[in-house]
Design a protein around this ligand. Structure first.
Ligand SMILES: Nc1ncnc2c1ncn2[C@@H]1O[C@H](COP(=O)(O)OP(=O)(O)O)[C@@H](O)[C@H]1O
Ligand SMILES: [Mg+2]
Length: 139
């Protein structure tokens, strides 16, 4: 299935976050596609904020951040800077996914087929100067 959101501000990403919350399954993965600066991390930040977590930063340097409170455990990986498939393997993402309520992955295409066995929500963000088109695709 597919749904399109047009968002202008980072706060507008709340409508996408709310939708993800509604269609989310157990150990859900969310694969984020879009150029640098398109708003992938911003979407994770708004989703976390909706669940009472305020501290989401880009995981570009750590590659993986895990946020949790008494309601939810959110993992957030960014594979942009990763240099080898072996290094991706070492992140143990399968285990992370299974231990999280939801795992957001930026640049998941670098992980080749690691994510194929999980039901995924795919988010494709395209952006212009002042408007973002956010496409959500799910099964
Ligand atoms: N929907 C949006 N509307 C306006 N600005 C946004 C939106 N989403 C993100 N931004 C801004 O764009 C910049 C880059 O966003 P970021 O989420 O880090 O991109 P990415 O993770 O895709 O590289 C940030 O300064 C952020 O505040
Ligand atoms: Mg990012």
């Amino acid at each position: 299935m597919q749904k399109i959101f047009n968002v202008r501000t980072e706060e507008d990403m709340d409508s996408v976050s709310l939708f993800i919350k509604e269609i989310k399954k157990v150990n859900q993965i969310v694969l984020l596609t879009g150029e640098l600066g398109s708003g992938k991390t911003a979407l994770v930040r708004r989703f976390a904020k909706m669940h009472g977590i305020e501290s989401v930063m880009s995981p570009t340097f750590n590659l993986l951040h895990i946020y949790s409170n008494d309601k939810i455990r959110i993992s957030h990986a960014d594979l942009y800077r990763i240099d080898s498939f072996q290094h991706i393997r070492e992140l143990n993402l399968e285990e992370i996914i299974e231990q999280s309520d939801i795992t957001f992955i930026e640049w998941a295409e670098k992980g080749k087929d690691i994510f194929n066995s999980y039901p995924a929500i795919k988010i494709i963000i395209e952006f212009d100067k002042d408007c973002r088109r956010v496409e959500v695709v799910w099964q």
